[in-house]
Design a protein around this ligand. Structure first.
Ligand code: SF4
Length: 237
């Protein structure tokens, strides 16, 4: 699966100009999670990420190119305890997986991609209310006063996400990137739309989209993303 590699490169080259705090995944250090989403009232919260008019970006890129060789958490900008009220927010996930697109059983590969999408929206850390908008690739987070008192931070939240991803078959390593620097979040926003277009095209291919490129609404994506056309036309042969 190299379909997202150009977008991973665009992300890393934007980020390499900034400084990050880097943490290694710790299963024991994972922030505790609920089974379901928790509602936090505004009056019980102390931090809003990606809300209150601040920009927000969220996307996930699987790869098999050896880009991620360990489980790690990168934080660009202030960590939760340093944010006083509202901040811009991005959560970007890069997943090193076993072969997905190149797998002989492509139905299995696509099911794996859908399972990974499921994880994206089904991690519920305590005192950390996530509101996602898959349509606009945004994610807003409200953090409770209680969680801040208990020492919530991105290292613990990142480990909670990584733990859940690593429970999915085919996932080898996970890099999770949190950004609260407004300029960086805004610079990465166009990537989210492109990632979304690739994922939507993959889903359409799975759903049996006809192989007539001349009349296909996905053509702009296939023209741009190396390997996408081979994936679809190869699948139909
Ligand atoms: S390969 Fe052709 S038919 Fe298939 S999704 Fe791309 S443009 Fe559409």
């Amino acid at each position: 699966m190299k379909l997202y590699d150009n977008l991973i490169s665009a992300t890393t080259s934007e980020l390499e100009r900034a400084k990050a705090a880097v943490y290694t995944y710790s299963q024991a250090g994972s922030w505790p999670c609920n089974d379901n989403s928790e509602f936090i009232m505004e009056r019980d919260s102390v931090v809003e990420l990606g809300g209150a008019g601040e920009p927000s970006v969220n996307y996930t890129c699987p790869t098999t190119s050896g880009i991620v060789t360990q489980d790690e958490i990168f934080v660009y900008g202030q960590d939760i305890r340093e944010i006083k009220k509202a901040a811009a927010f991005a959560r970007i996930v890069i997943l090193e997986t076993e072969d997905l697109g190149e797998a002989a059983d492509q139905e299995k590969a696509f099911r794996a991609i859908r399972n990974l999408e499921f994880v994206r929206y089904h991690v519920f850390p305590e005192g950390y209310m996530v509101r996602v908008s898959s349509q606009s690739n945004q994610e807003q987070v409200r953090i409770s006063k209680d969680a801040v008192k208990k020492g919530i931070d991105f290292a613990g939240i990142g480990s909670a996400y990584i733990k859940k991803y690593k429970a999915v078959d085919l996932v080898k390593h996970v890099r999770i990137i949190f950004i609260t620097d407004r300029k960086l979040v805004e610079a990465l926003r166009p990537n989210a739309d492109k990632v979304d277009a690739v994922t939507k095209t993959l889903t359409h291919i799975l759903d049996g989209l006809p192989t007539d490129c001349g009349h296909c609404s996905m053509k702009p994506v296939c023209d741009e993303v190396e390997g996408m056309r081979e994936l679809h036309l190869g699948k139909k042969k």
